[in-house]
Design a protein around this ligand. Structure first.
Ligand code: FDA
Length: 571
């Protein structure tokens, strides 16, 4: 085989792509090429600094995708960030390693994805993970960190743990006392990665404790293995589209790429093309390759190879807002920590039962609205099924309905938060046959009013936490939004300007090539193969059928680990 023919081509050397490339190239006779649009960030301090969240934003390693103007959310567009580098978004993300509530992954199976449930995914969370045991790091004594070894891996490639800069001044314990003093207490959660997320906890991060640097997908899954002669990576190379074998069958035989020197060429795949370009690129690559909604493809003169109208539909994200409070103590000593709480509906909403009943009545209308917004490409009856499952997760299984972070820094307590399971669903589609053109990204933030109610109620909840002892005594005035902007007794309407004017994308886009049965709008089947093709898969965040309450990366890593076993024929 030459340098222009490989068994497998992985499009996108990001979080999921490098896992799959690593695992496939464990087979010595298998050749794997990774095509990555970005370069190496091994020595980029904006990447390696474990306290440097945000430093890479707006630099050349940030795709900075822009949405359409968001009509239900104040009218402005949003920037959705994603990493453009070997390691993908794992090189710019917030390092948080938090999984999902077990019931949420079980819902993947319940909707028709046989074999995908918490029990079958947990071994893959563990397979990828190398938890660095805090008990071996005396500097972390007193920090309040706990975990249950039964749920963790200790020998995988991806280093996970708590940094040596972790705050250990007793704040963790005071916050816990505060949560226990709430009218409806939020219990301490010994390990929020166990499949039971509800409660207050201290989560681990993707970092190398010894070196005190970020652990990204390239450091975990590529650099230690870069001498494998059967694993090649082409950096600064843009994948334009899949090329197909002649004939009726949709069998991929390669990928058209634009090299760093501007030349366009085709690299051949003898077995499979595996898309791992992220939830805001993989669906567009399918469309550029003729896989999608024929009406949309025809607009741009692209011949339909596979008629699969739901490619790019079902886009889901979350909305992120933040409150800030003065701190009476200064946290300027280089130590930091982030504490998380995950309230259930019963803990967040004072009237959870009535709210749930009201929402249940609204679900058919919500489903009809989503379907009509995309020209009924997805069917209201299918969307209703997804929504009913989501309702059951919230009001029966008691999954978290919000994520509340609390981070002290300088003379402030910052509290970023988001409703964890919004119902709104939008879409992403290409805007041109030019593979370099920006896509039309419309997440429809706040389209459905439950999403707004959850976002408002989480803000009220944060205020209550800061009014409860002992935290109440440690914090000063609320600086964002501040009581003069949003009064203490503000109704939902009075919160609207702040919430819709100041929110940002939570950078958790998913479901744009959903793993679902085809008849209810699926794009990939349970082996992650694109319907109608014989050898194209998607293995990134696009395939998740439902949003998860934890952050995405741990689940992306686990899905990719499982995908690799599927491709190897082990499952
Ligand atoms: P990922 O984006 O990792 O990989 C896609 C790769 O494909 C990229 O390397 C890209 O350059 C490449 N690519 C795209 N188009 C291409 C083309 N045409 N040709 C060649 N290459 C192409 N999650 C979490 O768990 N904890 C956290 O703290 C955070 N925080 C966070 C912060 C920010 C700012 C963002 C943007 C996201 C997070 N996330 C997060 C989310 C999480 O990091 C993210 O969901 C996963 O890393 C996505 O992994 P994927 O493999 O799907 O795509």
């Amino acid at each position: 085989k030459s340098d222009s023919t490989y068994d497998y081509i992985v499009v996108g050397g990001g979080t999921s792509g490098l896992v799959v490339a690593n695992r496939l190239s464990e087979q010595k006779n298998t050749t794997v090429l990774v095509i990555e649009a970005g370069g190496s960030v091994y020595n980029n301090p904006n990447v390696t600094d474990t306290l440097g969240y945000g430093k890479a934003f707006g630099t050349d390693i940030d795709w900075a995708y822009e949405t359409t103007d968001q009509e239900y959310a104040g009218g402005s567009s949003q920037i959705v960030r994603a990493g453009k580098a070997l390691g993908g978004t794992s090189t710019i993300n917030g390092l948080v390693y938090l999984r999902a509530q077990a019931a949420q992954i079980d819902a993947w199976e319940a909707i028709g994805n046989k074999g995908w449930n918490w029990k079958t995914l947990l071994p893959y969370f563990k397979k990828g993970e190398k938890l660095q045991d805090p008990a071996k790091h005396p500097v972390l004594d007193g920090s309040g960190i706990t975990f249950d070894p039964a749920y963790h891996g200790f020998t995988g490639p991806l280093k996970v743990g708590w940094p040596s800069t972790q705050l250990n001044d007793g704040l963790a314990q005071k916050l816990n006392a505060t949560y226990q003093n709430l009218d409806v207490p939020v219990q301490f959660n010994h390990d929020s990665n166990s499949g039971d997320m509800v409660g207050y906890s201290l989560y681990p991060k993707t970092l190398d404790y010894e070196l005190n640097i970020r652990e990204d997908a390239a450091r975990a899954y590529y650099y230690p293995y870069q001498n494998r002669t059967n694993l090649h990576v082409w950096l600064n190379t843009h994948a334009n589209k899949i090329t197909w074998k002649d004939g009726h069958e949709a069998t991929a035989d390669g990928v058209e790429v634009t090299l760093s020197n501007g030349k366009t060429t085709v690299v051949k795949a003898t077995r499979e093309v595996i898309l791992a370009a992220g939830a805001l690129k993989s669906p567009v690559l399918l469309e550029l390759s003729g896989v999608g909604n024929p009406d949309i493809l025809a607009k741009y003169g692209i011949a339909t190879k596979v008629n699969l109208p739901t490619v790019g539909e079902n886009l889901q994200d979350q909305m992120n807002n933040g409150l800030q409070f003065e701190s009476k103590k200064s946290y300027a000593d280089g130590k930091s920590a982030d504490y998380v709480s995950y309230p259930s509906a019963a803990q967040l909403f004072p009237n959870s039962t009535a709210l749930g009943a009201d929402l249940l009545r609204k679900l058919p209308a919500y489903a009809a609205q989503v379907a009509s917004a995309n020209g009924n490409v997805t069917k209201a009856s299918d969307i209703y099924r997804f929504f009913k499952i989501q309702w059951d997760l919230i009001f029966r299984d008691g999954i978290p309905v919000a994520e509340i972070l609390l981070s002290p820094y300088g003379n402030l307590y910052s509290s970023e938060y988001w409703g964890s399971v919004p119902f709104s669903r939008g879409s992403i589609h290409l805007s041109s046959a030019d593979p370099m053109a920006a896509a039309i990204i419309d997440p429809k933030y706040f389209m459905l009013d439950f999403d707004f109610e959850a976002q408002v109620q989480a803000a009220r909840f944060i205020r209550e936490v800061f009014n409860t002892e002992p935290l109440g005594d440690m914090a000063g005035a609320e600086t964002t939004p501040g009581l003069s902007t949003v009064p203490a007794d503000a109704d939902d309407e009075a919160w609207a300007d702040f919430i819709k004017g100041k929110y940002r994308s939570n950078f958790h886009p998913i479901t744009t090539t959903a793993m679902l049965p085809k008849e209810i709008g699926g794009v990939v089947d349970t082996s992650l193969k694109v319907y109608g093709t014989s050898n194209v898969r998607v293995v990134d965040a696009s395939i998740m059928p439902f949003q998860v309450c934890g952050h995405l990366q741990s689940t992306v890593y686990a899905v990719a680990e499982r995908a690799a076993d599927i491709i190897k024929g082990r499952l």
